[in-house]
Write a protein that binds this ligand. Sequence first.
Ligand code: UD1
Length: 337
Amino acid sequence: MRIFLTGGAGYIGSHTLLEVLSQDHEVCVFDDYSNSTPESLRRVETLTNRKFKTVEGSVLDPQCLTQALQEFKPDAVIHFAGKKAVGESVEKPLMYYENNVVGTLNLLRAMEAANCERIIFSSSATVYGDPQFLPITEDHPLGATNPYGQTKLMAEHILRDWAQSRPTASAVILRYFNPLGAHESGRIGEDPNDIPNNLMPYVAQVAVGRRDRLRVWGNDYDTPDGTGVRDYIHVVDLAKAHAAALGFGETHQGCETINIGTGRGYSVLDVVGAFELAAGRAIPYDIKPRRSGDIATCYADPAKAKRLLGWRAEHDLADMCASTWKWQSQNPDGYDS
Ligand code: UD1
């Protein structure tokens, strides 16, 4: 298959790129490197010993996008390019709506111009808002609590209406839970530009000495140890879910929404403990007040992914911590190392 990957140089994009190349697909990566670096692509090329096409461009540039799609003529698109920081989305909502919503519209228009009708979209468990029941199934009520989440919901609506308007189109919306970990080689991984907001990159930077102490946002939740519980999913499992969705999209028509999680929740202190074991060093932390907008517990019902994609997560928390540590210890300053 010919696969067009927007945002293919980013954290989830680069792991998915590696996975689809190892399955012999032809790939074109379209990325503006606004929150990534071409170094991740060079490393994937070395790891897979496969060549692929790259186009530097933004999803906010319809002409560039259309030209890239018309030249490459993909069978399917995987759309990762988007902004993903919740706090930043509250400060800069227009930037988020523009990148994530207008960017998705531009992409669909460009796909129409290139006669491509299959898309896999990166959505997030954030669209479930504060969980009303657990585990979360795909028919759980939706509601975003910040502009980032709204952009994911809006893009989902657009994709659903688009697929409905075209009898032979396929849109597969993957709602990720909390991605962690890195490729087993330690050559590619998560490389946040600024101070990390998410738990794992922060823990990893404490372990490697780039940050002093982890701040644990609240230990008074109604959870076994009082800290927040999430469904952490290994990024390599997540990449494999995209490869499975590509196969599914070949015969599927319409729009399907699928949770990508493990079905198991771990607390912040579970993650800290597992990371300490993997890295063989202590992670000092302080308990701080709750972070605004955080929820107590969130984990997926992944049964639909098994049923439709034949996919389930294979890596456990120990694997996620070990691979993160390998990446972080070998690349203490990320791709600049
Ligand atoms: C966050 C976003 C979510 C987004 C996801 C992408 C918020 C409120 N939610 O999810 O919309 O889809 O990232 O990956 O930002 N924690 C600490 N100390 C830290 C960082 C995190 O204690 O320095 C705790 C949090 O309180 C939470 C858990 O670790 O209980 C996971 O946090 P995080 O990695 O930021 O993910 P989410 O908040 O679940």
